[in-house]
Design a binder for this molecule. Structure first.
Ligand SMILES: Nc1ncnc2c1ncn2[C@@H]1O[C@H](COP(=O)(O)OP(=O)(O)O)[C@@H](O)[C@H]1O
Ligand SMILES: N[C@@H](CCOP(=O)(O)O)C(=O)O
Length: 328
């Protein structure tokens, strides 16, 4: 039977379970449950008492080389005993699985299950520990070059706004703000003293949503899908930015940021130049991820993304953060 061509599909969990059972030689009952259809589709795989996470990349989202580079980074971190979710190879020692989905070949990768649970809000002490963990990662990823994206102003600010333009009227106040801010941020990038900021591999998406925390406060970071090359302080900027959007009490938010930074600096120093540019990098990352949401409209964000959503996001998050940091 021939099918009408599709751009994305949801794999049958029953069939995925038997595919994985065979590939990874799982003994006994193997179950697969969909956790999330995001840019990638994430499945919880259970084989007896063991738990794993299987990620199925959207069609053409990442190349094989990019995924191999993510694996290389994760294995480097694992070798240094950094608490991250690591990739797992199959019975033939292959990491990447190829799945012949209706839309074309989709790639898959198995990960260790990060112990603990996701917490929207956690203590100052835990923020201190996240800071330490991020700094330990950065000590290893300093000067680490990945054959993946370079987080340049072009990617963060120009390409992103091109995607946003498809959904936000050109004559709206919000687009006016975005265009002026884009120009301001491009200028700020050109003023960065590159000799005083550390460069290397960044995760770019470290926030509560990509951390599991155990009862005894052990943190594991997962979802390195956006890893690439950039300024290490982009990770710091993103974490602080997200703390501002998830912690509503200003005093508590500041105290958590302070603890996070203290934790980081208990391992390695953040330069004065890095501290100076953290706010403008945060706003740049808002641009980037808003661009990603628009880019992935077809198979991810269409359930929430529209003109009103963009206007609210820009006014309540981007503009607020810009003004809070007295930028411009
Ligand atoms: N290694 C992991 N260990 C435990 N849970 C995970 C792991 N990876 C993903 N998850 C769970 O699956 C959800 C979706 O996975 P994620 O890779 O973050 O996808 P997305 O980027 O679309 O949010 C996460 O929010 C988390 O709850
Ligand atoms: N965290 C980003 C988007 C990437 O989200 P994820 O679901 O892949 O972790 C955002 O805030 O937009």
């Amino acid at each position: 039977m021939s099918h009408f061509p599709v751009i994305s599909s949801n794999l049958s969990t029953v069939h995925l379970a038997s595919f994985l059972k065979e590939k990874y030689c799982f003994s006994g009952n193997t179950q697969c449950n969909l956790l999330k259809t995001g840019i990638n589709h994430t499945y919880l795989v259970q084989s007896g008492v063991e738990k794993f996470i299987f990620r199925v990349y959207s069609l053409n989202w990442r190349t094989e080389v990019e995924i191999l580079e993510e694996i290389r980074l994760l294995n480097t971190l694992k070798a240094q005993e950094i608490s991250i979710s690591h990739p797992i190879f199959d019975k033939n020692k292959n990491y990447i699985q190829s799945i012949n989905a209706p839309e074309g070949e989709r790639l898959g990768l198995m990960f260790s299950f990060a112990k603990g649970e996701k917490l929207l809000n956690f203590s100052e002490e835990t923020h201190f520990k996240v800071g330490q963990l991020m700094a330990q990662i950065h000590q290893i990823t300093l000067q680490f070059n990945l054959e993946r994206v370079q987080y340049s102003p072009q990617i963060l600010l120009i390409d992103s706004l091109n995607y946003i333009e498809n959904f936000l009227p050109n004559d709206s106040e919000e687009m006016d703000f975005m265009k002026k801010t884009q120009q301001y941020l491009i200028d700020e990038f050109s003023k960065i003293d590159v000799n005083l900021v550390r460069k290397g591999a960044v995760h770019l998406d470290i926030w509560f949503d990509n951390l599991n925390i155990t009862k005894d406060n052990k943190i594991t970071i997962f979802d390195f899908d956006f890893c690439g090359n950039g300024l290490l302080c982009m990770d710091i900027a993103y974490y602080i930015l997200q703390l501002n959007s998830t912690e509503k009490d200003e005093a508590v938010c500041q105290s958590k940021i302070k603890n996070f930074l203290n934790g980081y600096e208990s391992i390695t120093k953040i330069t004065d130049e890095e501290k100076r540019i953290i706010p403008m990098l945060g706003v740049s990352l808002y641009f980037f991820y808003l661009g990603i949401q628009c880019q992935r409209f077809d198979n991810w964000s269409n359930t929430f993304l529209n003109e009103t959503y963009l206007k609210r996001f820009i006014n309540l998050l981007v503009k607020r953060y810009f003004e809070l940091n007295k930028l411009g």
